[in-house]
Design a protein around this ligand. Structure first.
Ligand code: NAD
Ligand code: MG
Length: 387
């Protein structure tokens, strides 16, 4: 799901490296016809899905002309259909943002091995998502590099468990953060930041939305919430530590004083390969880590004044209920506006904070309620930006 994006392309790259082990059943994208067409010709999936209906017609015609047997579907219906299809056993959930929620939930409900890159789905509906997975027996493997690192640092027979009663040995987990492109920028400089500067991450190459999230550090706020749901840990046991080299991808502190970390070059093909092959290991095409070349591993505390998104994330995580939904929705609207040049970089946390202040936090029992609160928060953020 989301095969034309940064995670999608990296996933297909790992599959190509291990073509004797995997077969692609379906590929999906929003509207990039040419890119999805090329992927279909190469990987010959049974299904291709475009969210956009006009794009789906174009793709269908191109594939027919090329003599391909891939069947083209469209819309959210097509996405959820392939996500839950009985002929697939593993789903890479790599659609960006809240748009990925329903297909990701469908994959969990259908008992798939879910490779979870789409962190926004978990932030919006973490409790419901984990419940669905537990009921269906779906194995959730985090692909977000920090969470994948923590998963790798847990004992293998505990990785598949959902509740934390067997994790008494864990004292806390540390999510490392590169600090993004503006780690050392002053507050005044931050006010002048352009979308191009915000999308230029020092260590990782990613899609535009998560790149901006890394620059504001709202990404770490989402990851804090993501970790608390995935590992069933209270947010008080999750800390964030700036580590500019992005070599240590996260750490688990155990009660006996041991600290386990997972290291590697910053390349998403490592967590993707681990997810695909778990509990085994396959080649990922990633360069071997050379610690002499890296030279130093540095650490520092995050600066709350310049990165207010961190505190907003922790507050939303503690408040629970619909607060994480509001945080995520307001951020998606604000980031889209920033990328179009409609608001400044430092307005992103302001829109999120105002949204969290105005809307009432609710407890959520169904996916309909999640979608309703998400819609409400998006409309409010739009109003705050455009009046
Ligand atoms: P991206 O923007 O590069 O790609 C997004 C993909 O989703 C594309 O294939 C696009 O066609 C599809 N898509 C976008 N909007 C859609 C919609 N409304 N309906 C259906 N499909 C839609 O994003 P990315 O960087 O690959 O990130 C994907 C997800 O993985 C995000 O949730 C991100 O937070 C997470 N993630 C990414 C990285 C990374 O290194 N890129 C790391 C950790 C987590
Ligand atoms: Mg991450």
């Amino acid at each position: 799901m989301g095969s034309t994006g940064s995670i999608g392309v990296n996933t297909l790259n790992v599959i190509e490296t291990n073509s004797e082990l995997y077969e692609v059943f379906a590929l999906t994208a929003k509207s990039q016809v040419d890119k999805l067409f090329k992927q279909c010709v190469k990987f010959q999936p049974a299904f291709a899905v475009m969210l956009d209906s006009a794009a789906a017609v174009q793709l269908k015609n191109k594939l027919l002309d090329a003599g391909s047997t891939t069947e083209v579907l469209q819309g959210m219906e097509g996405l959820t259909f392939v996500a839950g299809h009985e002929q697939s056993d593993c789903v890479m959930a790599a659609i960006v943002g809240g748009a990925g929620l329903l297909p990701t939930l469908r994959a969990a409900e259908a008992g798939k091995k879910v490779l979870l890159a789409n962190k926004e789905a978990l932030v919006m509906a973490g409790r419901l998502f984990m419940q669905l997975a537990e009921q269906s027996g779906a194995q959730i493997i985090p692909i977000d590099s920090e969470h994948n690192a923590i998963f790798q640092c847990l004992p293998i027979d505990e990785q598949a468990k959902f509740a934390n009663q067997n994790r008494q040995g864990v004292e806390k987990i540390i999510l490392t953060a590169s600090g993004g492109p503006f780690l050392n920028s002053s507050l005044t400089d931050l006010q002048q930041v352009t979308p191009e500067q915000a999308c230029k991450h020092p260590n990782w190459s990613m899609g535009p939305k998560i790149s901006v999230d890394s620059a504001t550090m709202l990404n770490k706020a989402l990851e804090l919430i993501e970790a608390s749901f995935l590992f069933d840990l209270p947010v008080e046991h999750i800390e964030i530590l700036i580590h500019p080299q992005s070599v240590i991808h996260s750490m688990v502190y155990y009660r006996d004083g041991s600290v386990l970390a997972q290291l590697g070059n910053p390349d998403m093909r490592t967590p993707i390969a681990y997810g695909l092959s778990w509990p085994n290991r396959i080649a990922a095409g990633v360069k071997t880590l050379n610690l002499c070349e890296v030279g130093q591993l540095n650490f520092q505390a995050a600066d709350a004044d310049r990165f207010p998104c961190l505190a907003l994330g922790r507050a939303a995580a503690l408040a629970q209920g619909s607060a994480p939904i509001i945080l995520n929705a307001a951020n998606e609207v604000a980031v889209a506006a920033f990328l179009k040049g409609e608001i400044g970089f430092t307005q992103i946390p302001v829109i999120i904070e105002e949204s969290l202040n105005v809307l009432e936090y609710k407890a959520l029992d169904s996916i309909e309620e999640v979608l309703e609160e998400d819609n409400k928060a998006r409309s409010l953020a739009q109003k705050l930006i455009f009046g």
